[in-house]
Design a protein around this ligand. Structure first.
Ligand SMILES: Nc1ncnc2c1ncn2[C@@H]1O[C@H](COP(=O)(O)OP(=O)(O)OP(=O)(O)O)[C@@H](O)[C@H]1O
Ligand SMILES: [Mg+2]
Length: 503
């Protein structure tokens, strides 16, 4: 058996009001992929931030390559061979790919930065990983999936022997995930130990050797992946069994609530027309970059629509900005929660209050704290947002709980149309079911629900009708109960000749 390269014992860590880690242990061997699993807020990221020197532990012992370590900082951790790919992207958006990769360890010639050398080295690493990217390109201009690939390349460029990946696949396309798995397998062969955090449990089978499970800041167990089942893993994570992963409710289809006619907005929204009826959830399937997010943005008034009609309850509505949409009763929980969905420096309370000021202020514009308290409490209770109180900064919540705040702020409004764009990204199994139930609840109340998701099983399991997009256009519409993954995939790749012919 391979040697133990990381050993953590009795690790404790507290934040104001939260014991994030309590007597946790963790072990990693060379040449293995260890999955670190647990619900949102279980303490996975915190534990790995301690290993990578981002946080210092309050108590416990940590041994790396047989040497006991005191407090680390990111630079020291890098020197002992630990690299981390963070859950939330941490790129300098205005710098180039190469500059980001060599941040803090820039190559210099005399007194000058040697951009040429860094670009050449970056190119070599990217090529080796078969990642198609120009090292000179500014990172902020790249789509999230490419930024994530830069993070990965950056971590690998330090020649780390211990590599931590905190939800690396949450915004990658299936092709990029395949690339990542190939890279992981190569690293394993070279003897690297990899910690892999993910809520996409079905992807574990491709790469994982062992799993460590945490719950509520505590260590639960470590098992060989081959000796366990997904159901057992989930039961350990949640502390109970989850009977139905995709709870579907059946409602009578009622009248037409929402209609979009011939919507055009830029290259990615071309002649999009569809309707949503009372009592149904309409799923939007497709590959990443199919134009689904752009469609939601155009409907919500973030991007300008060039032409098209939006009809709500039989009346045409004009939407030039998000405020118009919110007033009309159309709300959006966006895909990129950190950038678009939340003010991370504000408290949960203020995040929830902000879009609802019209509901909680008196005529003079003064916030009525009782009303504010009530909508916050309801959101925290209904979505089971895990937090000691609502005055915690939204940015300090665990990833999944941040997502719940994004959804929670719309619950107080009596909206007519609720658009969810990838609402379960980074959310644990139990919380996913809660989000599905929330969508079902809205559906029962006769609210039009639009559900954009790249995860085929969940669109097929939760939506009633599925609209498939490819390259900015609607390529088909199917009933969830009657369709197959293959049929959806064929529609989703209609304009992509390469994939259809299987090249
Ligand atoms: N900087 C911080 N300040 C205050 N509380 C924090 C901070 N970082 C984490 N926490 C809290 O510590 C707990 C563990 O959070 P952590 O981010 O480690 O969870 P996680 O297992 O990574 O969850 P997820 O799957 O949602 O990413 C949570 O209750 C979280 O709110
Ligand atoms: Mg986390």
């Amino acid at each position: 058996m391979n040697e133990i390269i990381v050993s953590m014992e009795n690790i404790g860590k507290s934040f104001p009001g939260v014991k994030a880690l309590d007597n946790v242990r963790f072990e990693l061997r060379s040449g293995e992929v260890m999955a670190l699993l647990g619900e949102n807020g279980a303490g996975k990221s915190t534990l790995m931030k301690i290993l990578s020197g981002v946080y210092t532990r309050d108590e416990g012992k940590m041994t790396i390559f047989g040497k006991e370590c005191g407090d680390l900082n990111p630079k020291l951790a890098q020197e002992v061979g630990v690299a981390i790919i963070h859950q939330e992207l941490n790129m300098c958006r205005h710098l180039s790919v190469a500059e980001n990769m060599f941040l803090g360890r820039e190559k210099v010639k005399g007194m000058m930065l040697s951009n040429r050398e860094m670009e050449a080295e970056a190119k070599r690493i990217l090529d080796e990983l078969k990642i198609e990217l120009d090292p000179k390109q500014v990172v902020g201009d790249l789509p999230v999936s490419k930024q994530q690939m830069v993070e990965i390349a950056k971590a690998l460029s330090t020649n780390a022997k211990i590599l931590i990946m905190d939800e690396p696949t949450s915004s990658l396309t299936s092709k990029e995930i395949e690339d990542l798995f190939r890279i992981i397998k190569e690293l394993k062969q070279k003897g690297c130990g990899i910690v892999y955090i993910s809520h996409r449990l079905e992807e574990l089978q491709h790469i994982v050797d062992r799993v460590t499970i945490m719950r509520d800041g505590q260590y639960i167990t470590t098992m060989n992946y081959a000796d366990t089942t997904l159901d057992e893993i989930i039961a350990h994570m949640v502390g109970r069994e989850i009977k139905e992963k995709f709870p579907r409710v059946t409602c009578e289809k009622g009248k037409k609530i929402f209609e979009v006619k011939h919507l055009n907005a830029g290259r990615m929204v071309r002649d999009v027309s569809f309707s949503v009826y009372e009592g149904e959830i309409v799923g939007f399937a497709g590959l990443m970059g199919a134009g689904r997010t752009e469609t939601t943005r155009a409907i919500f008034g973030i991007d300008k629509a060039e032409s098209g009609e939006i009809i709500l309850d039989g009346k045409e509505v004009t939407i030039n900005k998000p405020q118009d949409a919110i007033r009309a009763g159309i709300v959006l929980a966006p895909e990129d929660r950190k950038k678009d969905g939340l003010c991370t420096k504000l408290s949960i309370r203020h995040n929830i209050a902000l879009p609802n000021l019209d509901l909680i202020c008196n005529k003079l514009g003064v916030v009525l704290s009782k009303k504010e308290e009530k909508i916050c409490e309801e959101a925290v209770k209904n979505l089971r947002i895990k937090t000691p109180n609502v005055d915690i900064n939204a940015g300090n919540l665990s990833g999944g709980n941040q997502q719940k705040v994004v959804v929670g702020k719309w619950l107080a409004r009596n909206s007519r149309v609720v658009i969810f764009d990838e609402p379960t990204r980074g959310i644990d199994v139990a919380a996913k079911v809660e989000i599905y139930n929330l969508m079902n609840e809205l559906k029962k109340q006769g609210i039009a629900v639009m559900f954009v998701s790249s995860e085929m099983p969940e669109v097929m399991g939760i939506a009633d009708r599925i609209i498939v997009m490819c390259d900015g256009k609607i390529t088909g519409e199917v009933m969830a109960k009657e369709t197959t993954q293959n049929e959806i995939l064929t529609l989703a790749t209609r304009f992509d000749k390469k994939m259809v012919s299987g090249e």
